[in-house]
Design a protein around this ligand. Structure first.
Ligand code: SF4
Length: 317
């Protein structure tokens, strides 16, 4: 069996930064540090940070007063940040800078007097965070049908923004529907969807042309991992989302000459290795990597975690 790995796959710069923030906070301040929501949508990542002393909570009332509190890569609504400040929690914000960029777009459009329409998935923490950052009229659409159902006059000044981990093709179709529906509409270019999302989706499309079956390594609640599986399936290749090698079903790969593997932006490479090991249990495996984009994007850590420049002394508080 040949195993072909998509390039790029797995961790993006926003996920690396978020995990770094938790690890650096543990080193600098000592455990426990509190993380609101899963720092990224991957159980293995969460468990490994938990073992180092991170405590994951869904509500701020679970965090003791004054404790270090980290907001996840998905971002949070203003009311969550206000609540944290009111409780005197020490905040470290791991919101991905590309999610924060979408927050900024939403705020700017509201300031221009436009109704903001967010293209995204209801209930996803990023969507809740983004809607909760916009102090003005904001609506969510998930499908082209939702666009038709919007109860707004066609001449309403509107602006669209997008969740960062959507399918580029689906989003393009929804934006086209919005442009047909409204005469005064603005929004960012489709290429503004996160670079990591676009690159992983392009890579899985290439992978689908060469594979008999595709395995996407990622968590069931990971939006970008689900999109990768859907893109593989839409290309006509049986595609499965699995957390690790333990979830591999031998029947999926029986008779397959080429098994394509990719990984969502929150899935560590060790889980890809784990899936390859599970395939090796079924027979000999030859692994190759499909040529693709090499990503060089890096995001800076928050100032509180950067090493102090030499010669600068800590101030007594
Ligand atoms: S997928 Fe994109 S937006 Fe989401 S954390 Fe990664 S870099 Fe940021």
């Amino acid at each position: 069996m040949r195993v072909m790995l998509a390039q790029p796959r797995g961790f993006c710069a926003g996920v690396i930064r978020a995990i770094d923030i938790v690890e650096q906070a543990l080193t600098k301040f000592g455990p426990p540090v509190y993380v609101r929501h899963e720092i990224v949508h991957n159980r293995h990542v969460v468990e490994s940070l938990r073992a180092k002393g991170a405590r994951f909570v869904e509500h701020l009332w679970e965090v003791p007063a004054g404790a270090i509190t980290i907001f996840s890569a998905h971002g949070v609504a203003c009311r969550v940040e206000d609540e944290a400040r009111a409780r005197g929690l020490r905040i470290l914000d791991a919101t991905c800078p590309l999610v924060a960029k979408v927050h900024g777009q939403g705020k700017r459009y509201v300031a221009q007097g436009r109704v903001v329409i967010l293209v995204g998935h209801a209930g996803h923490p990023e969507v809740e965070g983004t809607l909760g950052r916009i102090a003005g009229p904001a609506l969510l659409v998930q499908t082209e049908g939702d666009v038709d159902a919007l109860e707004l006059p066609a001449a309403t000044p509107v602006a669209y923004i997008t969740q960062t981990t959507l399918s580029v093709d689906d989003t393009r179709a929804i934006i086209s529907a919005l442009k047909r529906r409204f005469s005064d509409i603005v929004g960012p270019d489709i290429n503004d969807i996160c670079y990591a999302t676009q690159n992983r989706q392009s890579a899985v499309r290439k992978l689908a042309k060469l594979s008999d079956v595709i395995l996407v390594v990622g968590a069931k609640n990971s939006s970008n991992s689900n999109r990768l599986r859907e893109i593989g399936a839409e290309a006509g290749v049986p595609s499965y989302l699995i957390a690790d090698g333990g979830e591999l079903d031998a029947a999926w790969v029986r008779g397959a000459a080429v098994v394509g593997i990719t990984a969502g932006a929150s899935a560590p490479e060790e889980l890809v290795d784990n899936v390859i090991s599970a395939l090796r249990q079924l027979g000999p495996v030859e692994v190759s990597v499909l040529p693709g984009i090499e990503e060089k994007v890096e995001f800076k850590l928050p100032a509180e975690l950067l090493p102090r420049p030499r010669g600068v002394r800590a101030r007594a508080i």
